[in-house]
Structure formats: structure tokens, C-alpha cells
Design a protein around this ligand. Structure first.
Ligand code: ATP
Ligand code: MG
Length: 325
């Protein structure tokens, strides 16, 4: 957790003046620094907010839901960093209860240099270094699955995609050296999937709130089970990591990466018995994933259109811009 603490009053002010459609044009401007599949990460242009990255989660309908989520978030971050030994940037959560509409939790992290985020890093390092980087990521993830298989009451879900990692201490501008001494940060800790004696602690309804209401039943029926369980599966998380290289326009390096992953599974994690991955599976996973997330984003935009233009109601979610694939 963070030492200094964030000025809640300024954040409340920010929330009041926020323009979710154009965050950079809000009363206190908020330039976007990153998109995920679901959320948007931004800075807040105010002196006391400098140096932090903000993720806004306007998905809570009761105080109890906020309590539960924040508790789980802390527990997840503590487990990952203290018990498992993965570096995460310092962070804290701040809650805002507006006069009307959903309650908001802001996740505030130390802002890392944009060039240190690994999807940027792989575009400036050579192929040998990319393979080394993927090995370093696998080694971090190994700790998660060793923890999960250690027979404790808790197991954790983990999203190892390339854009969720950063090179610790790297500030550029020359390409970073990737070697045995390179240390990584894991930054995407806002989806704290964690199960206790086999019971999932994260309430999936929270994340369905940001989906168009006409889709919720379909998502529950088609995808929910799959999404909630795949992050517990080392094999599937590795498929996802490697499929990212299609998205990052590097399909040519995928065969070497698959070899590296399978060598790793056979060697360093043989005790975990993770089945090897293959190219066909990576390709079809990528196709399906890209299709689903594009469709989902377009339906959310449609939902925003219905809310703002037809029903003339506010629409609180910040939607990502077009994602290049
Ligand atoms: N602390 C940070 N410093 C700098 N950039 C960040 C930071 N946190 C996030 N980002 C940028 O925003 C991107 C998305 O962040 P993150 O992975 O945390 O969320 P997400 O993928 O949207 O999560 P989800 O998919 O669960 O909604 C990152 O890949 C990175 O580029
Ligand atoms: Mg992410």
C-alpha cells in the first residue's frame, strides 16, 4: 500500500467534473495512459495527483459491495507480493460515493514509465531478448502455480498477458537489457480472482455491471464460467500470453515462443504437469478472443448511444478507444 496517501477531496471534485466520453476534456483533465479490455487507465492533471495512475471502477451499488471488493483487493495484493513474491507497484484504493448513480472505487497506483510496460518493450528489443523476457514472465507465473498447488486454502487467478508486466526500474530511452537480473512488476491487480476452499471470492456481477444490460444473460450463459476459471489454469494463461504476439503484430515470433513455453513446462515446472501448448490452439484462441472483445466493445458503444442519445440519460463508463489488432 502507498505511503503518502491520495487527496480524496480532489478525487471527489474530479469525479463530479468527469466527462466519461472525453476524460481528457473533463473539468480536471484526465489524459488516458492505457486501455485494457474492460477498463481505462488515466492520469489526473492536478499537482497533488502527479505521478499516479488511476483506474476508475464505477460498479458498486452498496457499501457492502465496496467493502468486500476492497478487502479482496488488499488480500490479493498482499498474497501476490508477500507470500508469492511478485513485485506489484505501490497502490491504494479510494472510494467515492456520489449523490446519485453507482459508487466508485478508484485504484491508484504509482505511475510507471510508459516505455517500461512490456507490450512497448517487445517492440524495441531483439528476438533473443523477447524470448528471455517471456521466460522471466513464466518464472514469475510459476510462483503463482506453485502456490496454488501447495495445498493451502486459497488459490489465486492470474492474468499474465504481456501488457500486464513492466520492467522494474527501467526509464529508457535506450532499449532495456533483459537478463537474469531483470526484475518485473505485475500491474493488473484490479481483478482479484481468488478462491477460498474452492469458492470464488470475487463477485462476477460487479464486472457484469459495466456490460450492456441486454447482454448480461448472454454473457452469463456463454462466457462467464469460462472467464472465471481460465485464469486459474497455467496452460490457458500461457496460451493467452503467447497469443498477445498476434495483437502486438509479431506473429512471426510465435513458433519460437511456443517452443520456449513448452521447454519451460517440461523442465522448470515438470512437477506441475502442465500440458504443452501448440500453434493451432494459440491461433484459434486469438481469433476467438479478438472477435469477442471487439463485438463486446461495439455493443457497449451501442449501449452508450442508446443511453445518451435516445434515452438522454447519463452513461458513466469510460470506454476504450479502438484497439489495434
Ligand atoms: N501504474 C501504471 N503505470 C503506467 N501505466 C499503467 C499503469 N497501470 C496501467 N497502465 C497502462 O494501462 C494498461 C492497462 O492497465 P491494466 O492492465 O491494469 O488494466 P486492464 O488491462 O484494463 O484490466 P482489465 O483488462 O482487467 O480491465 C497497461 O497495459 C499499461 O499500459
Ligand atoms: Mg491488463
Amino acid at each position: 500500500m502507498m505511503k503518502e496517501g491520495i487527496d480524496t477531496l480532489i478525487l471527489e471534485d474530479f469525479e463530479k467534473g468527469l466527462d466519461p466520453r472525453h476524460p481528457e476534456m473533463s473539468k480536471i483533465p484526465a489524459p488516458i495512459i492505457g486501455y485494457g479490455e474492460i477498463s481505462t487507465i488515466f492520469e489526473i492533471k492536478s499537482a497533488s495527483m502527479t505521478g499516479f495512475a488511476f483506474k476508475r471502477m464505477p460498479i458498486f451499488q452498496t457499501i457492502e459491495e465496496m467493502n468486500q471488493y476492497e478487502h479482496l483487493y488488499r488480500e490479493y495484493n498482499r498474497l501476490i507480493s508477500n507470500d508469492i513474491g511478485i513485485h506489484v507497484p505501490e497502490s491504494e484504493t479510494v472510494r467515492i460515493v456520489p449523490d446519485k448513480g453507482n459508487m466508485v472505487v478508484y485504484i491508484v497506483q504509482k505511475k510507471l514509465p510508459p516505455q517500461s510496460i512490456c507490450n512497448r518493450v517487445i517492440s524495441v528489443i531483439d528476438d533473443t531478448s523477447i524470448i528471455r523476457l517471456v521466460n522471466l514472465i513464466l518464472r514469475e507465473m510459476k510462483k503463482v502455480w506453485v502456490f496454488n498447488s501447495s495445498g493451502g486454502e486459497k488459490t489465486i487467478g492470474f492474468d499474465g498477458q504481456i501488457s500486464n508486466w513492466a520492467i522494474k526500474g527501467y526509464e529508457g530511452p535506450e532499449p532495456p537489457r533483459i537478463d537474469e537480473k531483470t526484475e518485473l512488476y505485475y500491474i493488473d491487480t484490479s481483478t482479484p480472482l481468488m478462491s477460498h476452499n474452492g469458492v470464488e471470492g470475487l463477485n462476477p456481477d460487479l464486472f457484469l455491471r459495466s456490460a450492456p444490460s441486454f447482454l448480461v444473460w448472454l454473457i452469463k450463459w456463454l462466457f462467464l464460467e469460462d472467464v472465471m476459471t481460465r485464469y486459474y489454469d497455467f496452460h490457458l494463461v500461457a496460451v493467452d500470453l503467447i497469443a498477445n504476439f498476434y495483437k502486438e503484430q509479431r506473429p512471426d515470433i510465435i513458433p519460437s515462443l511456443i517452443e520456449a513455453v513448452n521447454d519451460f513446462f517440461e523442465g522448470e515446472t515438470s512437477q506441475l504437469h502442465v500440458p504443452p501448448i501448440n500453434e493451432k490452439e494459440v491461433r484459434s484462441y486469438y481469433r476467438e478472443d479478438a472477435l469477442i472483445w471487439n463485438l463486446y466493445l461495439n455493443l457497449r458503444r451501442f449501449d452508450r448511444f442508446i443511453h445518451t442519445r435516445i434515452l438522454r440519460k447519463p452513461y458513466t463508463y469510460i470506454l476504450p478507444g479502438t484497439i489495434k489488432r
